[in-house]
Ligand binder design. Structure first.
Ligand SMILES: Cc1cc2nc3c(=O)[nH]c(=O)nc-3n(C[C@H](O)[C@H](O)[C@H](O)COP(=O)(O)OP(=O)(O)OC[C@H]3O[C@@H](n4cnc5c(N)ncnc54)[C@H](O)[C@@H]3O)c2cc1C
Length: 429
């Protein structure tokens, strides 16, 4: 039987595998992690609202019933399209007849990779654990700090980038400070914490229409977030973020910085030896294969695709739809039939901001506030994988809604020594 290799069991890869269930093909699913991750709720793990198993599930168990799939936990290091093989990190090779590359995306620091350890981005469970630890430790350090200036630095949280993830992070951080931690500290008042959202462009949620962006900004401000649009970050160190705005250069004293400003395609795209676009994505035709190789498909965040003349966004519904079309085109190729062209079905956009605050756009319908938040809750529970995950998330959310408490606040490692360089200049904001 033809051998199909799928690299990556995210939204795109999993949809492709499922669309090939029952087909006369042997599938090898290769992923470097052992779990499928529901990234839209990752910020909830980073902010201690949900535990990791609530939003992820073992790939082996998800695909256990699908007898034509073998799952391998391994990182693909290279692809040789001429020899039709993928090369794993240990140098071993696996041959394919058809290949679907669905390796997703990673963070982009716009040429400033030195910022990565100072301002982690959110993409994997490891990132979420790292961010959760930094947030909770910042309050711990603040409680131990005698110097009021340093204490204020620990209690200032900066989120860079006001896309959906940045907005969600900022809205949840302020809820933690104002509600979750209330009454738990003796020397600090967590309510005094500042959450600053820095955005280079002139509005938050730039992918939404301007009126919804403005509603989102107003909801953030109402929750207590300090929203600074038109602010381009120029430097990050352990004690501050530097940026420029219309008034010139600014210094924001802040010891916890979260990056949600840039996305770049997975570096695996380079292995295909085709010219990539500026974000490192692989341009593919309407049938989703690369030029000259009708057996090699690229889907999801890694693919640069247009549908009806418009670029397809890097969102989970697009990745799933591409996965299904790639699977159908493999079966069409095997049967000697013409491939199907990918047409993106846009069902709308949603972003949550905090408790009872969200914006939504479904077709021509735009709404915000409580109804949008309820709709967001419903959609995210509905699309979670597995009944157990849905039950866990609903229980944790119901508990959090009623008590303002967050159920996943346990951090495991011992206390690091906080960075304690002498202050070289006074904070200006
Ligand atoms: C924090 C966050 C929030 C988001 N929120 C939303 C949202 O609310 N709504 C929405 O529609 N979209 C959202 N997205 C975007 C959405 O998650 C992506 O568009 C979608 O995951 C893309 O699917 P994919 O299959 O291309 O890649 P992914 O789902 O990222 O899957 C890629 C898989 O490839 C594996 N992999 C990568 N490299 C290798 C390698 N070399 N070898 C083996 N395996 C490899 C990874 O382990 C991963 O399992 C969000 C993304 C993030 C990061």
């Amino acid at each position: 039987m033809p051998h199909v290799i799928i690299v990556g069991c995210g939204f795109g890869g999993l949809a492709a595998a499922r669309a090939l269930a029952g087909a006369k093909v042997d599938i090898t699913m290769i992923d470097r992690s052992n779990h499928h991750l529901f990234q839209p709720l990752l910020y909830q793990v980073a902010t201690a609202g949900l535990s990791a198993p609530a939003i992820s599930a073992p790939i082996r168990s998800i695909l256990a019933e699908q007898r034509n799939v073998t799952s391998l936990m391994a990182a693909v290091a290279d692809i040789d399209v001429a020899r039709k093989t993928v090369v794993l990190e240990d140098g071993s090779e696996i041959a394919y007849d058809y290949l679907i590359v669905a390796a997703g995306s990673t963070h982009s620091y716009f040429g400033h990779d030195e910022w990565a350890p100072l301002a982690p981005g959110l993409k994997t469970l490891e990132d979420a654990f790292d961010i959760r630890r930094r947030i909770l430790m910042a309050f711990e350090y603040a409680e131990r700090e005698d110097d009021p200036v340093r204490r204020a630095e620990w209690l200032t949280f900066t989120v860079i980038g006001a896309g959906a993830t940045g907005v969600e992070m900022a809205g949840t951080l302020i809820e933690i400070a104002r509600h979750t931690l209330r009454g738990e500290f003796r020397r600090i008042d967590p309510h005094q914490a500042n959450v600053v959202l820095l955005e280079g462009s002139d509005r938050v949620l730039a992918a939404f229409p301007p009126d919804l962006s403005e509603k989102a900004r107003m909801q953030l401000v109402k929750l207590g977030v300090d929203v600074r649009t038109g602010s381009r970050v120029t430097g990050i160190d352990q004690e501050c973020v530097r940026y420029t705005d219309r008034d010139g250069d600014q210094r924001l004293a802040s010891r916890t910085v979260i990056w949600s400003a840039g996305v770049a395609a997975s570096p695996l795209g380079k292995a295909l030896n085709v010219p990539l676009d500026r974000a490192g994505r692989v341009p593919v035709g309407g049938e989703l294969s690369i030029p000259g190789h009708p057996e090699v498909f690229v889907i999801g965040d890694l693919a640069a695709v247009t549908s009806e003349g418009k670029p397809v966004p890097g969102v989970s519904p697009a990745a799933k739809q591409m996965g299904r079309v790639a699977a159908r085109n493999i079966l069409a190729h095997i049967a000697g039939k013409a491939p199907q062209n990918f047409v993106y079905q846009d069902y709308g956009s949603l972003a949550t901001i905090g408790r009872k605050a969200a914006v939504a756009m479904v077709g021509k319908l735009k709404f915000s506030g409580y109804p949008a938040w309820l709709f967001w809750l419903f959609i995210h529970v509905y699309f979670l994988i597995g009944f157990r995950n849905r039950l866990m998330v609903m229980t944790d959310w119901a508990w959090a809604y009623l008590t303002f408490k967050r159920s996943a606040r346990v951090i495991s490692s011992a206390i690091d020594t906080p960075p304690s360089k002498p202050r070289d200049e006074a904070p200006t904001s």
